[in-house]
Design a protein around this ligand. Structure first.
Ligand code: GAL
Length: 335
């Protein structure tokens, strides 16, 4: 009798422990491999961006079905390797056929920014209206007082009247923020400054170059701004490029060298740029983030996270099958 109670108790404890344990613990980055969240589901956060707030990283990205666009998911992590599902931060609207984010719309490339003055989190994304393919070419804004949402849709528009498809948001050290966006059927890449509340754009707007590029990802290191982009081949990977400038409103010069190195460098390792993450509190640590799209099943598109090397002539990204944050501490000769 006693034994069976003990067995029963230890069984209950074992089950409890199993439930309390994360499904898997990741201690390294495995670019292009399946990435599961704390509940054992695919991390469904494509075309995304990461922000650090109050001791945690938050990863925002497109929630995709097989092909459907299902809103914007948010995950959190303290180590960038293990991700906890937090919420569907912004959901398409199913109850209002007049809504610009009516179910069936396409929400892509969500980028998150925090406004210190208004204490609001502002979510920018590329919006295509329901039933119009990629013709609407708008940028959209949603806000929340809580980082994980729910976000309230504010509006969508064409910045200064220009088409806007792939885009990113970049916040400079002085608090000014910018929208960098593919315009004129993706032939032009443009920049515009956000208003102080980050809820709209100013009329300060300029073409960066006209090279038929998309998937912009911007970062700043040693007072130089860098911009990684892809070519325009839909879900198919292609060759990345790198531009740099000292003045965000000045000339952006394209590097003659390619920033990607190693296996499939000329196809960006099978991925497409989406964001560059500055590691919190580390001056020289940046992670390049790309999507390895699976157009037959978008939700199973994979992620490529790789460190950016800064000791090379231009910033470069070296393909690695696996790596961990210790990489940043290693002597350059080992990179
Ligand atoms: C890519 C773009 C993606 C998505 C896709 C649709 O060019 O970067 O974000 O819009 O086209 O085909």
């Amino acid at each position: 009798m006693k034994t069976s109670i003990l067995v029963a108790i230890s069984f209950v404890i074992a089950i409890g422990t199993a439930i309390a344990q994360p499904v898997s613990t990741n201690n390294q980055f495995l670019p292009g491999q399946k990435l599961l969240d704390n509940q054992g589901n695919f991390v469904n956060a494509h075309g995304g961006a990461v922000i650090f707030q109050d001791g945690k990283y938050y990863w925002f990205g497109e929630k995709r079905g097989t092909s459907a666009s299902e809103g914007v998911n948010v995950y959190s992590s303290t180590d960038l390797c293990n991700w906890k599902f937090e919420a569907l931060a912004l959901a398409p609207v199913s109850t209002d056929t007049n809504s610009e984010i009516e179910e069936g719309c396409v929400m892509e490339r969500p980028k998150i920014i925090y406004n210190q003055a208004t204490k609001q989190y502002v979510l920018w994304f590329h919006l295509e209206l329901k039933g119009q393919g990629y013709a609407a070419a708008r940028v959209a804004v949603a806000v929340s007082n809580q980082i994980t949402g729910p976000y309230q849709f504010v509006r969508s528009f064409r910045p200064n009247g220009n088409m806007s498809r792939d885009m990113t948001i970049f916040q400079d050290d002085d608090g000014l923020a910018y929208l960098i966006y593919s315009s004129r059927e993706n032939y032009d890449l443009r920049i515009t400054q956000l208003t102080d509340d980050y809820l709209s754009v100013t009329t300060k707007d300029k073409m960066l170059f006209s090279n038929h590029r998309e998937a912009p990802a911007v970062f700043k290191h040693n007072n130089l701004y860098y911009l990684i982009t892809s070519g325009c081949t839909g879900w198919q990977p292609n060759k990345a490029s790198l531009h740099a400038t000292k003045n965000i409103w000045g000339d952006w010069v394209e590097s003659t060298l390619n920033p990607m190195r190693g296996l499939e460098w000329d196809k960006t390792f099978g991925g497409q740029s989406t964001y560059v993450l500055p590691v919190q509190g580390k001056k020289d640590q940046f992670i390049f983030i790309a999507d390895k799209w699976n157009s037959r099943n978008l939700k199973d598109s994979r992620y490529i996270w790789l460190p950016i090397q800064l000791h090379t002539e231009i910033p470069t990204v070296q393909w690695m099958e696996n790596w961990n944050m210790n990489w940043f501490q290693q002597p350059v000769s080992k990179h």
